[in-house]
Design a protein around this ligand. Sequence first.
Ligand SMILES: [Fe+2]
Length: 277
Amino acid sequence: MIGVGYRKDFAEEWENNPDSLSVDFIEVAPENWMNVGGYWKKLFDKKLQDYPLFTHGLSLSIGSPDELDFKFLKDLKTFLDSNNVVIYSEHLSFSKCDNAHLYDLLPVPFTEDAVKHVVKKVKSVQDILERPLVLEIVSYYSPLAAEMKEIDFVNAIVQESDCQLLLDVNNIYVNSFNHGFNPVEFITLLPRDKIAYIHMAGHLQVDDNLIIDTHSEPIINPVYRLFEFSLKWLQKPIPVLLERDFNIPDLKEIQSEINELKRLYNKSLQKEKEHVS
Ligand SMILES: [Fe+2]
């Protein structure tokens, strides 16, 4: 299954010409659509008649010291239930502190205390939403007060909270480039059975030693290669999303990236079948 982030930027174009984009599902940030009404809501509801909905939240802020926002979680559950949402994913990060929104997804310190704190919050979220939380490993530029390795931090959270993981292949590539580690090794140390969803995106290299995770460019070849490796390693079909948040191209260009993802995905499934038979 290959999906696309549904955006107002191309919603009308897609509605007027349904054949201009061929995908298996759509993804939205629930915060952007929970309180939408009128024309845009009608357009969105029409799309939901044809496509399963996946979600990728922005404001849960699972890593912040603040309490969870229970009113938000109640509204979120209503949105997820009423739209038969397949997956609710969020970022393993924080974006709020002392109730101030920071407008960025910042990394949680890789510490034992943070593991305990995040695990407690993940369990509450899963209880309230009555579904697994699928957490994305985020890109970051400077680790905060790290006391342990990132991989050990992620694995401890998954093991202790029983949440699932979103493998954003581009994030792992960006982090491996910026922080000098082997992305293949990092991926193989993740709990394979807990990976429920894949993201693919483009980024911007701004310096010899720095990539910014912009989601504003086409996916580059090394990220496609890491994607192929991830599919082979996972040994199971898994939904894959193309993320494009800025510098949105026309639907033809989006479709050509979707086609490449589909081609690699189908090739991997075929190889898997040959391997089994
Ligand atoms: Fe992502």
